[in-house]
Structures are given as C-alpha cells and as structure tokens.
Design a protein around this ligand. Structure first.
Ligand code: EPU
Length: 332
C-alpha cells in the first residue's frame, strides 16, 4: 500500500481551496485500509470522500485517507425487492442512474447530488422529500482506531436530518453501503416543486422523475466544475414553537415545514435572502444569485477567505433574525 507525501488537496475539494496533506493514501479495499491505519496509529487522520462537503483553511498535518473501493454488486433479490451493495468510492449519481436504468425505485429523488456513495450515509443526504436512510440496510466500515472491520445496521446508524453516527463520531471509514430498493414504482407527491416540474403527469416513470429532478437542480444549483461550491452550505434550521412565533412576527411569509414533536423546519435560503445576501459578493467569495443557500467561490484558493464570509453571513442572519445557521459543510 503506497503512502504519498505532501500532496496538494486542491483537486480533492469542490471549493478548490489549497492545502497540503503531509501523508495521503487511497486504499482500494478494506484490507489495504486496515493496513494503512495500523501503520500510522499516532497520526491525526482525515477521511475524504469526493470532497463535495468540506474545504480546508490550512494544511493538514497528518494522514488523509481517500477510500477507492469501487463496484456495484447484487446481494439478493426476490419478485418485489433487490438489495445492492456499492463501494464507497462509486460516484453517487452514477449509482442512482444505474438503479433507475434497471427499474429499481428508491434513490431517484436523490439524482444529481454530487459526492460519493461512502459520503451518502454520513450526512444522510436528502432531497425532494426523500432521505437516503430510507433505503440503507447496512453500512460497512473500518474502525479508525483499531483497523477492525465493522457493520452498522440502519438502527445503529442513528440517522436524522443531515445527521448520523458517522458524522457525530467521525471514527469510522465507510467502505461500502447496502441499499434495499423496490422493483415497482408509484409516484407519491412529497414535494410541490417536483410535481410542478412533472407538468401534471401524475403517474411518471422512474426516468421521468430523475429527469425532472436533474432539470430543477441544473437550473437552481451551480455546477461545481464551473463555479466551485459545496451544494447547500447550511442546514435548514429547526425551530421551537416559541422561536417560530417570534420569527413569523418579523417575517410573515416564512416557509415552515412541520418535522414532528412541535418543531418546525424553516428555510436557511429564505433567511439569507431576507438578510440581503442573495447574489452578494465579498472579494472572491459570494452567495449564488439563483439560490441563497449556496456559497460560491469566484476564484480564491484560500479557505480562510471563504470561512470569513461564512461567518459574516451567520452573524448577519443572527443579528437580524436571531437564528444561528449551522453549516452542513465541514471546515478544516
Ligand atoms: N428559498 C429562498 N431563496 C432562495 C432559495 C430558496 O427564499 O434563494 C426558499 C423558498 O421559499 C423555497 C425554500 O427556500 O421554497 C426551499 O428551497 P429549495 O426547495 O431549493 O430547498 P432548500 O431547503 O433550500 C433542501 C436541501 C437541498 C435539496 C433541496 C430539495 C438542505 C440543507 N438542503 O434545500 O439539498 O436539494 O432541499 O429537496 O436540506 C444539499 O444538501 O446540498 C442540497 C442541495
């Protein structure tokens, strides 16, 4: 197993910020991964997926591991369902495309989300009324401390909105993920924007749903290859009913979604827009002009410049509306 020294991480994060990793390794299977972890027990470690949900503000004085496990395998199937396992390094949207082509339902609403399969359970990716946790049956990992192989059932993953045990503890490297999908498909409206895009087609096929989502996302979200970004930068805040009441008195049109337990999810994009930041540019960093939840990099290679702008947006939204936005992107 090869370990490289002093590797530039700029190509490995979608914001394209510069930082050097003192040690860098791309294990192709769980055995190689265990070997590399056992060889460097004392090093600080960072696990990189496709780099769509993090950026660097300084060099990394430790070992960066970029899992390289590929492949999509059929585990079992019956008349109604199929269970697949995909390697952590598979491109997420490639997996979604493959499932839709084969007529397997479950992941279609998560079309075109950038990133790797291994990153999908970490922040429980979600879109258009669907979260990946609804389809995951097992997550296979290697423990960062012991180098041991482990498996987590859905319950053990402790999934919630953009959260999981892997995000909370950060002590596992995900090597592969199992998904259970359906062989038949009936469209259920979960998201008005999507139904609108489907143009009153109430019985769309899986491919039609995927295509509609690709159209919505392409319109609203910037291509990271052209305008570096990391998708939604902040989580949508969850408010208590008291917080909700006081915010609605300031913003009567505030979008609200019930999440159960007398909690209300609102839109971070809406708050950022109302705070005056949509399309705003500060130096080489800004908020995307088509969607206020996206921080975009207009040409800096300094993560600190992005982090400073993020702080400004947080402080200004807090000053005006009393809500502290929490990044869903990791800043290192
Ligand atoms: N809005 C604004 N201004 C904007 C954009 C949106 O006020 O510039 C308001 C509108 O009221 C709109 C509402 O925000 O109805 C919701 O916007 P949108 O449907 O785009 O969804 P979102 O809440 O901003 C979430 C996910 C996205 C996912 C979409 C669609 C989070 C943090 N983000 O965004 O996920 O694609 O829903 O389901 O939950 C990602 O995580 O990278 C991501 C793109």
């Amino acid at each position: 197993m090869i370990t490289q020294h002093n590797i530039q991480l700029q190509p490995y994060n979608s914001f394209k910020t510069k930082a050097v990793a003192r040690l860098f390794s791309e294990p192709a299977n769980a055995e190689e991964l265990s070997e590399i972890l056992n060889r460097f027990p004392e090093e600080k470690k960072l696990i990189l997926g496709a780099g769509y949900n993090l950026f660097f503000t300084e060099d990394f004085d430790g070992l960066v591991i970029r899992p390289a496990m590929k492949g999509i395998y059929l585990i079992w199937e019956n008349d109604r369902e199929v269970e697949l396992e995909a390697g952590a390094a598979e491109d997420w949207d490639h997996l979604v495309e493959w499932t839709v082509k084969n007529g397997y339902a479950g992941l279609e609403n998560l079309s075109l989300i950038p990133g790797s399969v291994g990153a999908s359970p970490v922040q429980n990716i979600g879109a258009y009324g669907r979260e990946v946790s609804e389809c995951i049956t097992l997550v296979n990992t290697v423990d960062v401390q012991s180098g041991e192989r482990k498996s987590f059932t859905t319950d053990q993953c402790d999934f919630s909105y953009r959260d999981s045990i892997f995000k909370q503890n950060r002590d596992q490297v995900i090597t592969s993920v199992r998904f259970r999908l359906e062989k038949s498909y009936t469209y259920l409206e979960k998201y008005v924007d999507l139904s609108r895009e489907l143009n009153s087609n109430t019985n769309p096929t899986l491919s039609q749903v995927r295509e509609a989502i690709i159209r919505i996302r392409t319109r609203k979200l910037p291509d990271p290859e052209k305008l570096p970004n990391a998708g939604s930068f902040f989580k949508n805040p969850i408010l208590t009913s008291k917080e909700k009441e006081s915010l609605v008195s300031l913003l009567p049109d505030l979008p609200l979604y019930t999440t159960g337990g007398n909690r209300f999810k609102t839109s971070a994009a809406y708050l950022i827009e109302k705070a005056g930041y949509k399309g705003m540019r500060r130096g080489l960093v800004g908020v995307y002009d088509q969607h206020a939840l996206i921080i975009v990099n207009h040409g800096t290679d300094s993560g600190s410049e992005i982090a400073a702008f993020v702080k400004e947006v947080q402080q200004e939204v807090f000053r005006q509306y009393g809500v502290m936005l929490e990044p869903e992107v990791w800043i290192f």
